[in-house]
Design a protein around this ligand. Structure first.
Ligand code: GLU
Length: 468
């Protein structure tokens, strides 16, 4: 059974790169009918916070990446790690090291000056077994120094590392806290992880971890190291490339399915298909189609995908997604209820044009607001002497309608334009400005139907007054 994990360090929000790693793990688990485990790697207690743990979980939930086990926290598991460390020390596979930070720094410095490798010189390797008066000391892993280790990677192929390049790494600091390369192996063993899927910034750690697996006598899992995501200047993705946190995309009005669809294509392809339903992704996903080179974040493409998702998402669903943005934009107040069916209808007229939920919310303003403001240019061009009498006539006719459907209002428009022998636009544009404040909107009859009779009449009155 496939068992994979996403193992974020809670030292920041869930970012684009982390979310892509989580997604590939999730897809691999779901594609194989396996298990997806969430593990919080919080051993760096100086940088990890509970707020970040919550933020990561919030991001995972928003992306609908559900996990089957966890979240486990490494800080709850120190006793387990210590028992494994004791075992390695007892077996002579790890040893206590009493070199102080200053001594290490001085030797490192000397080595670099003399053109030698700055790695640990092995001073305590043979001599440090009995505890000294200095106290516990740190624990170092006795790294094999001859030969090579080969990482067989599902994406990178096989990558060889010379063992003599590998340091006797510290697996427990002198304060008793275990370190990343060690706990990750213990956890992956303990949680029966079959495939380690993570960013290729960890590829250099993998040979060290393989030696730890071997020392503990456990089977080595499969590895897949995902190429990094870069900004448009090919530098590692950072804040200066724009939003990197997943929840920032939520705030900017992206749909999580659109973001997921975008993320999967950063490092995976299926022919030239761009849009995938979630079930389709689960079905098609495999590492055979994973890209070997780094991916470049393309905000325009993400925006395009988002517009595609807004277009195809049923309006009833968009109703829920757009509501918070209506509040943020000040169009409705917190807790204000809008008729869902009515709002769905309004959305249907706009969803083809909105690229984000923010745009969608903003474009709903004239449907919902009590009053509208005119765009000055539009007002000057269309609300004037020429349109005044037409608007009065229209207002009078519309006031007599009992059925305010778009078919009925259309008949009224037709009668007026035929009578005066004018084009529909000559009447529709002034009405559009009166109804929406501007010159662009969905079909005018749809707009009238959604705004409703009462508000329509009021807005026409106001426009006539504005003309004077
Ligand atoms: N905690 C590591 C990170 O956030 C991931 C380690 C791993 O996946 O092995 O980069």
């Amino acid at each position: 059974m496939v068992r994979v994990r996403f193992a974020p360090s809670p030292t920041g929000h869930l970012h684009i790169g982390g979310a892509r790693t989580a997604l590939f793990n999730w897809l691999y688990a779901r594609n194989n009918g396996g298990k997806f485990i969430l593990r919080i790697e919080d051993t760096d207690t100086t940088r990890s916070t509970d707020e970040y743990i919550e933020a990561i979980i919030e991001g995972m939930k928003w992306l609908n990446l559900d996990w089957d086990e966890g979240p486990f926290r490494q800080t709850d598991r120190f006793d387990i790690y210590r028992s494994y460390i004791d075992r390695l020390v007892d077996e002579g596979k790890a040893y206590r090291c009493y070199c102080t930070a200053e001594e290490l720094e001085q030797r490192r410095h000397e080595a670099l000056e003399q053109g030698r490798s700055p790695k640990y010189d092995g001073r305590c390797r043979e001599s440090g077994q009995e505890a000294r008066s200095k106290g516990q000391g740190a624990v170092r892993f006795r790294m094999p120094q001859e030969g090579q280790v080969i990482v067989n990677d599902m994406i990178k192929g096989s990558v060889a590392f010379d063992n003599n390049q590998l340091d006797d790494l510290i697996i427990m600091r002198s304060d008793g806290t275990p370190t990343y390369n060690f706990v990750v192996v213990v956890d992956d063993v303990d949680m029966k992880i079959t495939h380690v899927i993570r960013g290729d910034d960890h590829l250099n750690n993998t040979p060290k971890q393989i030696h730890i697996y071997k020392a503990l006598g456990y089977e080595i899992p499969e590895f897949a190291h995902l190429p990094m995501i870069l900004g448009s200047d090919k530098a590692r993705l950072s804040k200066r490339h724009g939003a990197t946190s997943v929840m920032a995309y939520k705030d900017m009005g992206y749909l999580s399915d659109a973001l997921v669809n975008y993320l999967v294509r950063l490092g995976w392809a299926y022919g030239d298909q761009e849009i995938f339903a979630r079930e389709e992704l689960v079905k098609c996903f495999s590492f055979e189609n994973a890209g070997k080179s780094s991916a470049i974040l393309n905000p325009e493409k993400l925006l395009w995908l988002n517009s595609q998702y807004i277009m195809k998402t049923p309006a009833e669903e968009l109703v829920e997604f757009v509501k918070p943005f209506l509040v943020i934009e000040g169009i409705i107040s917190e807790g204000q209820d809008l008729d869902r069916i009515w709002l769905g209808k309004a959305i249907t007229t706009l969803q083809e044009r909105a690229k984000t939920l923010v745009e969608l919310a903003k474009s709903l303003r004239y449907y919902i607001a009590e009053d509208i403001e005119y765009d000055e240019k539009a007002k000057a061009k269309f609300l004037n002497e020429k349109s005044r009498d037409l608007l009065v006539e229209l207002q009078n006719s519309l006031a007599t309608l009992s059925d305010f459907s778009h078919t009925e209002t259309e008949k009224v428009f037709k009668a007026i334009t035929e009578k005066h022998n004018i084009k529909l636009g000559n009447l529709a544009q002034p009405v559009r400005v009166a109804m929406t404040g501007g010159t662009e909107s969905p079909g005018i009859f749809e707009v009238l139907e959604i705004v409703g009779k009462e508000k329509t009449i009021k807005r026409l009155e106001k426009a006539i007054e504005a003309i004077g």
